[in-house]
Design a protein around this ligand. Structure first.
Ligand SMILES: [Fe+2]
Length: 294
């Protein structure tokens, strides 16, 4: 079957109409959404009044889900949502707004840096699916960068240079950039760096993309300052406005993006107002690089 997509940006991202994500979807519809994801990399579904169970069911149609236990600084018992959700709200488990100096809030400000979800895992994420239950009235946009278009726009010498490169990703590196360095030894132990190819090929579209994230700490075999300077250059290139779609949230928007083809970040918003966003994450199936021997 075909589904209707209205482009939101010249190179990627589309609004998908005529789909009710609260109901079980036929296989043909799931396949059509996957095909649209291969083409557009970011899809917006408007007016999706999902319960958590419905969001889980919709997400599971696209593969196994990632669980958030054991990553980041969240602890069992402190979580507001089912463990298959990444709680990207500014709320505690009792639905109170986090204080400005709350540790979890400060940690989550790392989401304002360009990243690809779960690039710090040996097998990184496929899709992320984010439901805007209560959205910020000013700011709080989610921006996406098309890493395929960014790759295509590189010159041939740069493409040849980066083709074999492998980067190290860890939450420690992205938090370090934010000045969030009071991680405990136990937390650091869960953030062991993993290796990811810098160039990856999408299994659905066959297109190559730059696999960047603020979680990158170095390039294997390179001096760290040279690696970080180069990654910063590539990130500046990849996040030029011509490659970026900024999503202005409406309540009950459901966004789906392909972490294998895009980076994203959240923009600043008023933290004294409730912002309730709930993310489910479809796990990837293959690593992008061979991991270091322990
Ligand atoms: Fe994210």
């Amino acid at each position: 079957m075909r589904i209707e997509i209205t482009p939101l940006h010249p190179v990627f991202a589309g609004e998908c109409s005529g789909i009710d994500t609260t109901r079980p979807l036929p296989h043909a519809t799931v396949a059509a959404i996957e095909a649209a994801m291969d083409r557009h990399a970011v899809l917006v579904f408007r007016d999706q009044h999902l319960t958590d169970d419905q969001q889980l069911a919709f997400s599971q149609a696209f593969g196994e889900l990632e669980f958030t236990h054991g990553t980041g600084i969240s602890k069992p018992g402190e979580q507001r949502l089912h463990p298959a959700f990444a709680d990207v709200s500014n709320l505690d488990k009792d639905n109170n707004i986090l204080a400005r100096d709350n540790r979890r809030r400060l940690y989550s400000l790392g989401n304002m840096l360009w990243h690809s979800d779960s690039s710090f895992k040996p097998v990184p994420a496929k899709y992320s699916i984010l439901s805007g239950r209560v959205v910020a009235t000013t700011g709080g946009e989610t921006e996406f960068a098309d890493m395929r278009a960014a790759y295509d726009a590189l010159d041939d010498a740069t493409k040849a240079e980066i083709e074999p490169l492998v980067c190290e990703h860890s939450l420690i590196y992205s938090r370090e950039v934010m000045g969030f360095d009071d991680l405990t030894e136990a937390e650091r132990a869960t953030m062991h760096p993993v290796r990811q190819a810098l160039v990856r090929t999408h299994p659905g579209s066959g297109r190559k993309s730059l696999y960047l994230a603020s979680h990158i700490g170095t390039i294997i075999g390179w001096p760290i300052p040279e690696a970080r300077a180069f990654i910063r250059d590539l990130t500046e290139h990849a996040t030029q406005r011509r490659f970026v779609y900024a999503h202005h949230w409406r309540p009950f928007d459901l966004l789906m993006w392909d972490n294998r083809a895009t980076m994203h970040r959240v923009r600043r918003y008023d933290g004294s107002q409730v912002r309730d966003m709930r993310r489910t994450t479809v796990a990837g199936t293959v690593p992008t690089a061979v991991q270091a021997a322990e």
